[in-house]
Design a protein around this ligand. Structure first.
Ligand SMILES: Nc1ncnc2c1ncn2[C@@H]1O[C@H](COP(=O)(O)OP(=O)(O)O)[C@@H](O)[C@H]1O
Ligand SMILES: [Mg+2]
Length: 328
């Protein structure tokens, strides 16, 4: 098997705080990223996505464990790593004072492009990203969405084998977003490895070959879309509206250990992991408890699974990563 583009082993990143519990931003992660793949880090706010990209791109030091990019350790050989990556996280102060064109140029120069190469490439990239008319403006004078474009545009100035993108689509209109997604797919097809973070499930679904769902610094699930979708099999959403809510129904359902249970007025919504017979028994039992005005049973969506995997409390099935003790 060829050497993966990225290797992460038992990685931990802690943030110590005064008089407050230490934050376990990355809490013992182990995974590989295959060369030429688009790898999605999916997770809610605070899951540790940005921290992970910062460690992989040498902007932050891990507390323990190891990470390497194309065989170069991020702590031992940060420069070797930096030469091989393009990173879109947040612009630095310096970049804000430069014009759009100079941002692209400075970045390309760091990666070894000459003046002539930079000029031709910049023309194309400025055009592609709808930035031609802003080329001479300072980044600090641009709106958030435009700043993001400049950041993402840089990736296309160079041919670094590895690209890190932190929530690249923030502030992009749908048309531009679509065209960037197409470009990213082309880059991956040409052999670049792309690691991106997102909170938007659809983005990961559409773009990524491999997805790691991150929750509170830990792996909640990992796999390609097909594998993740298997997680949602055997999970059902049941919605029942009664003419009057039968007494004691909440306790009865709670006793079945539902993934989710909510009751509003006379409607019961419950998500359960059951086999087909089990779910029929539940629906039958519910229907016998009162006069049913509406009944719906559906398979849970990947969205449900994502919600389930990234909330506090018990988790459903399959690979839930490391279990190494609780959390305060
Ligand atoms: N520089 C920092 N100092 C202290 N805590 C931080 C720092 N950066 C991130 N954190 C904390 O680490 C956790 C993970 O944050 P982050 O990596 O930004 O998550 P995400 O990008 O998934 O939203 C959060 O609890 C966040 O508050
Ligand atoms: Mg983030």
């Amino acid at each position: 098997m060829p050497e993966p583009a990225i290797r992460v082993h038992n990685l931990v990143k802690l943030y110590a705080r005064r008089r407050q519990p230490t934050i376990r931003a990355i809490d013992l992660l182990t995974f590989d990223v295959a060369r030429g793949s688009i790898f999605g880090l999916l997770g809610p706010n605070g899951a540790g996505k940005t921290t992970l990209l910062r460690v992989l791109s040498t902007l932050a030091r891990p507390t323990s464990g190891a990470a390497s990019v194309l065989g170069h350790d991020v702590v031992a050989s940060p420069l070797e790593v930096r030469r091989r990556i393009s990173v879109v996280i947040q612009e630095t102060a310096v970049e804000l004072f430069l014009t759009v064109r100079d941002n692209l140029g400075t970045f390309a120069r760091f990666h070894g492009l000459g003046d002539a190469g930079i000029r031709t490439r910049a023309e194309r990239v400025l055009e592609d990203f709808g930035l031609a008319s802003e080329a001479h403006r300072k980044v600090m004078d641009l709106s958030g969405g435009y700043r993001r474009r400049v950041q993402v545009a840089k990736v296309f100035m160079v041919d670094t084998p590895v690209v890190f993108l932190d929530e690249f689509s923030t502030g992009m209109d749908p048309v531009l977003k679509r065209s960037v997604m197409e470009k990213l797919r082309r880059e991956a097809a040409a052999g670049r490895t792309i690691v991106l973070t997102t909170q938007i499930l659809g983005e990961a679904e559409e773009l990524c070959d491999d997805i790691l769902i991150l929750n509170r610094g830990r792996q909640a699930a990992r796999g390609d879309l097909h594998t993740l979708k298997l997680l949602s099999q055997g999970v059902y959403d049941v919605t029942v509206t009664f003419d009057r809510l039968p007494p004691g129904i909440e306790d009865e359902l709670a006793a079945r250990g539902p993934i989710r249970l909510s009751i509003t007025q006379s409607t019961v919504e419950v998500t359960l992991k059951e086999d087909d017979d089990g779910i029929l028994a539940v629906v039958g039992a519910l229907a016998r408890r009162g006069r049913v005005l509406r009944l719906e049973v559906g398979g849970a969506s990947l969205e449900d699974i994502f919600v389930e995997l990234t909330k506090e409390g018990p988790r459903v099935g399959a690979d839930t990563g490391d279990h190494h003790g609780g959390r305060a």
